[in-house]
Design a protein around this ligand. Sequence first.
Ligand SMILES: Nc1ncnc2c1ncn2[C@@H]1O[C@H](COP(=O)(O)OP(=O)(O)O)[C@@H](O)[C@H]1O
Ligand SMILES: N[C@@H](CC(=O)OP(=O)(O)O)C(=O)O
Length: 392
Amino acid sequence: MRVVAKFGGTSLGSGDRINRAADSIAAAVEEGHEIAVVASAMGSTTDDLLDEIKFEADDRDRAEIVSMGERTSVRMLKAALAARGVDALFLEPGADDWPVIANDLGEVDVEETQRRAAKLAEELDGVVPVITGFLAQNLEGEITTLGRGGSDTTAVMLGRYMDADEVVIVTDVEGVMTGDPRVVEGARNVGRITVDELRNLSFRGAEVVAPSALSYKDEELDVRVVHYQHGDLLTGGTLIEGEFHNLIDMQEDPLACLTVAGRAIRNRPGILADLSVALRDEDINVDSVASGMDSITFYVLEEESNQAEAVLHDRVVADEALSSVTVEDNIAVIRVTGGELPNRPGVILEIVQPLSEAGINIHDVITSATSVAIFVAWDDREETLEIIQNEF
Ligand SMILES: Nc1ncnc2c1ncn2[C@@H]1O[C@H](COP(=O)(O)OP(=O)(O)O)[C@@H](O)[C@H]1O
Ligand SMILES: N[C@@H](CC(=O)OP(=O)(O)O)C(=O)O
């Protein structure tokens, strides 16, 4: 099996941990696997280096300084592997075989990186390359970085472009857990999770795998998260499944929008739950909810609109602090999911501006960490879809 194993800062945080990392790599090589290693800076080295820049330094100097973290780790790990009789070499920007090319903003040159990674893969041949994570080289040959947490991106991207079977992210937790074990008690390993689910979580603070790394995951590439104490790179931990979806998707059937207004919405805890339970009890599936100060809007399939209206009307009649329910049919929703949406300043404007120029009335915009849903009239859906497709 061809494996890219990424060791995070925590798994290389001391000489003892580097020995442990080298043992696990040596064991996998011994079992006959082809291994490429991606190494982060030891422990908190990146933060420590950045903290010591107490002077004006341009981006180039900062990248040079911060790169010393990863450049130290790969030398340590390569030497630890050599001490175990493993034939290894270290790779950093500037090396002949260096694979990761990006501009000074950290945007990867996909074509060039793919070409170089494929070449590196051909040359694996019994030698373990230990590659600096997080670092890239621009087309002028200068050092740049992929941004904080970028070693995960190095690993998953190289895993994909080197045609690896598996990427293993070695860190200080058993895997992806039900919550951050540093914060919640009793967190347990989820065992399996889809890449889209994890990407949502990682955009919202679960730093176990960087979100930009997950964009490179495709169906064929397994990504596993394991604890550095586990010892075996190829079993256990959490398996991240599926393919990252970057898509523009139009709901096939028309929706109806039901809006409930009343003062209860502003000041009564549990009102959203009450209304949701009433709909659930009638088996009505809610597509989306948009909550304002004085009203709540539920989007449901249009074919369920009459039933939903009756349910909500019963609640309004029974509750003095609710005033009215109203329905609009013939609504379409177009969702833009994935990509670098959350990192793209002005992304909502990029969508709504051309729609407004085309005279399309936007019914609602609902955003999440990794998606934007645009609600428009059913008759405007084709034109809206076309405009959004042109924008992305
Ligand atoms: N749901 C979660 N599952 C696992 N770890 C999580 C989760 N949410 C947050 N974390 C945190 O992510 C940390 C691992 O990420 P990070 O510190 O970046 O590791 P590394 O140095 O190996 O890259 C864990 O120590 C844990 O506190
Ligand atoms: N060392 C870099 C890159 C990185 O990915 O680190 P880690 O794997 O420890 O999260 C950083 O701190 O941003």
